[in-house]
Design a protein around this ligand. Structure first.
Ligand code: FE2
Ligand code: FE2
Length: 397
């Protein structure tokens, strides 16, 4: 059976997937489009069923929508990126490593430390574990995110060891991110609370499926997407930290909080790039921002599958929404933050299309919030679902 990944089809829990955004956002103005996105549309095509991944529906693939002459902008920003981006990286010698937060397997106290870790983890409720596992799986699909950034014209790592500032940033960012999945994975493994094999299968499926962020090889769209995502992960890891503390697992709270701090620094970097693009090319950037928001920000792990649950991502998202780890309201908050961060309402000298995009973006947060309030009124209690990640123990959505 073909699966429609659109959150809006998902009706078995109280909201449509919080991670994917509420249904009402299909407010696409027929008059507005980026010239380059003419072929994008909202039409969807069904992927052929492949033996290594579940049947999926993905969007029509739109490639290289940024006019080629704009590649020059990114070439000319090489020096700027060196000064403003690479300086936000932490030197490896000063970086934390997963081992700093885990029992040392070479020490005599290893077994005792593991025992303590497991004692603390006993107090974590199943719904919290589901969200933590989902977050960990999302981090573990890092190869997909590095690939995604390397699809972007003008900034991609052309060789795998390219000396451009953009490529250096992307590799170092990946290297920093790599610690997130490692640390959460090792913690969850040692906790003894989760089915590692089911989790590992989900990771293999997810990396095999990739993602469909609809960034069209455009660094404008790509960096707007990553700005949104870094803030989303900052919020969600921050919340898993807060809940770990509430459940009495201070070490886990420290782990999630440390990861959240990295996400914050990455958010600073990506939002700085987009801020610079707004300075150089306000019209192109506001059009890109509106385009990205009209298409909606799909979460990186939206193609998640465990070999069994065709709506796994929606189910995971529903639990995250219910617990308040990442919610529809966070989606609106992030948008509001970015609109303010990039001073969208203050932009002047825009084209007609640019002004429409500006108007759309400035009104969008309020629209999302209104629709979300209505959805909350209609919300019913979600069903109970077994999750393979926790040995089929059942969790309320
Ligand atoms: Fe991360
Ligand atoms: Fe991140």
């Amino acid at each position: 059976m073909a699966l429609k990944l659109n959150a809006f089809n998902f009706q078995s829990h109280k909201y449509s997937s919080s991670f994917v955004h509420p249904p009402m956002l299909s407010l696409r103005s027929p008059k507005f489009f980026m010239a380059a996105s003419l072929t994008s549309g909202t039409k969807e095509v069904e992927n052929l069923k492949k033996p290594f991944s579940p049947p999926r529906e993905v969007h029509v693939q739109v490639t290289h929508s940024m006019p080629p002459q704009k590649i020059e902008i990114f070439k000319s920003l090489e020096g700027w990126a060196e000064q403003n981006l690479l300086t936000l990286l932490k030197p490896v010698e000063k970086s934390w490593q997963p081992q700093d937060f885990l029992p040392d397997p070479a020490s005599d106290g290893f077994h005792d430390q593991v025992k303590e870790l497991r004692e603390r983890a006993k107090e974590l409720p199943d719904d919290y574990l589901v969200v933590l596992v989902g977050d960990m799986i999302t981090e573990e699909a890092l190869p997909t995110y590095q690939s995604m950034i390397n699809t972007l014209d003008g900034v991609r790592d052309e060789t795998g060891a390219s000396p451009t500032s953009w490529a250096i940033w992307t590799r170092a960012w990946t290297a920093e991110e790599n610690r997130h999945g490692d640390l959460l994975n090792k913690y969850l493994y040692l906790s003894g609370r989760v089915d590692m094999r089911a989790i590992e299968k989900t990771i293999q499926y997810l990396i095999g499926s990739g993602m469909d962020p609809r960034t069209e090889n455009s660094p404008y769209l790509g960096y707007i997407y990553t700005s949104f995502q870094e803030r989303a992960t900052f919020i969600s890891h921050g919340n898993t930290a807060r809940f770990a503390k509430e459940h009495g697992d201070i070490k886990l709270a420290q782990i999630c909080g440390t990861i959240a701090a990295d996400e914050k620094r990455h958010e600073t970097a990506y939002t700085k790039i987009v801020e610079k693009l707004f300075e150089i090319d306000p019209d192109g950037t506001v059009l890109a921002f509106a385009d990205m928001m009209r298409k909606k920000i799909a979460m990186p792990a939206h193609l998640m599958y465990d070999g069994r649950d065709d709506n796994l991502f929606d189910h995971f998202s529903a639990v995250a929404q219910r617990l308040g780890v990442y919610t529809a309201s966070d989606y609106a908050d992030i948008l509001e933050f970015l609109v303010g961060r990039w001073k969208v309402s203050d932009l002047t000298g825009l084209s007609g299309e640019g002004r429409k995009a500006q108007e759309y973006l400035c009104g969008l947060t309020a629209r999302i919030r209104r629709l979300e309030e209505r959805a909350q009124v209609r919300a019913k209690q979600g069903p109970i679902m077994p999750f393979s990640w926790i040995y089929d123990r059942e969790v309320q959505l």
